[in-house]
Design a protein around this ligand. Structure first.
Ligand SMILES: Nc1ncnc2c1ncn2[C@@H]1O[C@H](COP(=O)(O)OP(=O)(O)OP(=O)(O)O)[C@@H](O)[C@H]1O
Length: 572
């Protein structure tokens, strides 16, 4: 947790001011009982109204100073804690942005969201408390103890017996609290994850009549969160009655012995009132302390979760190459490439070798789960190969900078993902500085221009979240336009034409040819495969056949079967 508080460094001066103001408040608080004792002893008991007026006036003036200090301290505490939260959130967000896919696989999205929001908020609260009340509570205890020793050291000894007991009780409370609040944050993750899945899959849930099942899942996760939170809060609530009991007992003992001392003329009423006042303040500080300790317990759990993200070693290292080299031709070579996902550690690609000449088209064919998408993700280095190497124009892609390598590639992933914004903005995602002419050209090439101009505001039509107001095929074509506008040297289409009719698909393939880029297409359609220069047949992560349509139809039994299945048994 201390590591995270290093983010407060830039607020050193403001923290100093906030603490000075807090000390002013504390001084007034601790000096008040003394003034009160004076008013009673020298004013009320002696019937001296002038003394009452003078010390009363001083007390009012000090209270105004304390009130103003409190307000300004609060203002600074909010400013510092909000700034700290902003800096920390930014740092965590930037770290997540630098994550490789392998790193991302380790953290569920919902958990990252909770860490970025709720966990940062917990730490923010602790910073606020630290500036407003946290440092005050222990100082208040120490100050009140010293003052009560000055006022009446014999009676103050009662507090020395009570305080260690309270301290032990609070340490026990804190140790239990940390574990419980860690559990609360984990349960919150689960609720967020269930909610996220539910909201993003709402259409499917309705179509499959899974509403009740999902509701049960949510209710279970929510109930679990409620139970754990209640358990944690019960710990906090337990502290209050214990403190009140101890406080009232201590005051009773002070009054009992105080009474005896007054009778023996060893002390006076004013001092006893002051002592009772200090005892009340000590107990109050203890209750604030308990509240702070619980906050700290919660923040410690949050700090651990945030540090876990910040401490991740990003396993993809950027290549040394410059981002401004000349564009490549697009020759691609897979040289004995094997790959496994870090979380499963099983080979999904095994000794894959093939060569693609620039400007040619390769169709990648294979059963589901055979490793096609995994193979594609290695080219823009979303993951790194586990063995072997991939070369672009003879150079290992790991030596190139990410920016440079990815600038050469247009990637249309299997799952079409559009962003809220206009149609134009979505196409521009592929090239920030694209002109309107380039945008229209890309849309025409992707066979989506005609559809766009029929939309209410054409290119300025706003897309709903994830493009809800478009059909599956329209979304696919828009993502193809987004990739084509970059005029990439390598174009990767991961099953991106599955929702298109044969005629539209043929037109897109024609437009792609005119880009003269190296194109790799994952497809299940034999019509697309047939026009490719090379076909790669993958099975369980291995290349089992390679060649053009005619070669494979002659040599590969698997290819023959695929061909026949889509040509209704017709053998060529
Ligand atoms: N992020 C991941 N972490 C762990 N394993 C994964 C991950 N993504 C895919 N896999 C596994 O890798 C294997 C290959 O998956 P891949 O998505 O590459 O297959 P595919 O041929 O593209 O399948 P499909 O045609 O169904 O899209 C599968 O066994 C899959 O379970």
């Amino acid at each position: 947790m201390l590591k995270l508080f290093s983010y407060l460094k830039s607020y050193k001066v403001l923290i100093g001011i906030a603490w000075i103001l807090m000390l002013v408040e504390l001084f007034v608080e601790l000096s008040s009982p003394l003034f009160m004792a004076r008013i009673i002893n020298e004013g009320i008991e002696q019937n001296n109204l002038t003394t009452v007026m003078i010390w009363g006036g001083i007390m009012i003036a000090l209270s105004i100073v304390s009130f103003a200090s409190g307000i300004i301290n609060s203002f600074y505490a909010s400013r510092i804690s909000q700034g700290f939260g902003y800096d920390l959130r930014k740092e965590v967000f930037e770290k997540v942005q630098s994550f490789s896919f392998a790193n991302l696989d380790r953290f569920p999205t919902s958990s990252l969201i909770t860490r970025l929001t709720n966990d940062v908020r917990q730490l923010q609260m602790v910073v606020f408390m630290g500036l407003r009340i946290a440092a005050r509570a222990p100082l208040q205890i120490i100050g009140a103890v010293i003052m009560s020793l000055i006022v009446n050291w014999r009676l103050a000894l009662i507090l020395f017996i009570v305080m260690p007991l309270l301290l032990l009780f609070m340490i026990w409370l804190m140790s239990k609290g940390v574990l419980l609040f860690q559990s609360v944050q984990r349960k919150l993750d689960t609720v967020n994850s269930v909610m996220r899945e539910n909201l993003s899959g709402m259409r499917l849930i309705k179509a499959f009549l899974r509403k009740n099942h999902e509701q049960e899942k949510f209710a279970t996760a929510s109930e679990d969160l409620k139970e754990t939170t209640m358990k944690a809060l019960r710990m906090v609530e337990l502290s209050m009655p214990v403190l009140l009991f101890v406080m009232n007992t201590s005051i009773l003992i002070i009054l009992w012995f105080g009474n005896i001392q007054i009778a023996n003329e060893q002390t006076n009423v004013g001092n006893i009132v002051a002592l009772v006042n200090y005892a009340t303040r000590i107990m109050h500080a203890f209750s604030v302390f308990t509240f702070i300790l619980m906050g700290l317990a919660r923040a410690r759990a949050s700090a651990e979760r945030i540090t876990e993200v910040l401490d991740v070693t990003v396993d993809l290292k950027d290549g040394e190459g410059s981002a401004e080299e000349p564009d490549r031709k697009g020759n691609l070579l897979f040289d004995h490439v094997s790959f496994q996902y870090p979380i499963t550690m099983e080979n999904v690609l095994n000794d894959v070798s093939f060569n693609v000449n620039n400007g040619t088209t390769v169709a990648v064919l294979g059963a589901t789960g055979s490793g096609k998408s995994s193979l594609f993700q290695l080219i823009p280095r979303l993951y790194d190969v586990t063995a072997g190497a991939i070369y672009l124009d003879g150079e290992d892609i790991r030596t190139m900078s990410f920016d440079y390598l990815r600038k050469q590639i247009g990637y249309v992933p299997q799952e079409t993902r559009l962003f809220s914004g206009t149609v134009r903005e979505n196409i521009c995602w592929g090239k920030n500085d694209a002109t309107m002419e380039e945008i229209i050209d890309a849309a025409k090439a992707a066979q989506i221009h005609e559809t766009i101009i029929k939309l209410p505001e054409q290119y300025e039509t706003k897309l709903g979240q994830r493009g809800v107001n478009l059909s599956g095929g329209q979304k696919q074509r828009l993502s193809i336009a987004r990739a084509m506008i970059r005029k990439p040297k390598i174009l990767l289409l991961d099953d991106s034409t599955s929702a298109l009719d044969l005629q539209t698909e043929a037109k897109i393939l024609e437009a792609i040819k005119s880009l003269s880029c190296t194109t790799l297409i994952i497809t299940q359609k034999i019509t697309t495969v047939m026009v490719a220069d090379t076909i790669l047949l993958l099975e369980d992560g291995e290349v089992v056949a390679k060649g053009n349509h005619d070669v494979l139809l002659k040599d590969s039994e698997i290819y023959q079967k695929i061909y026949q299945s889509q040509h209704h048994g017709e053998v060529v």
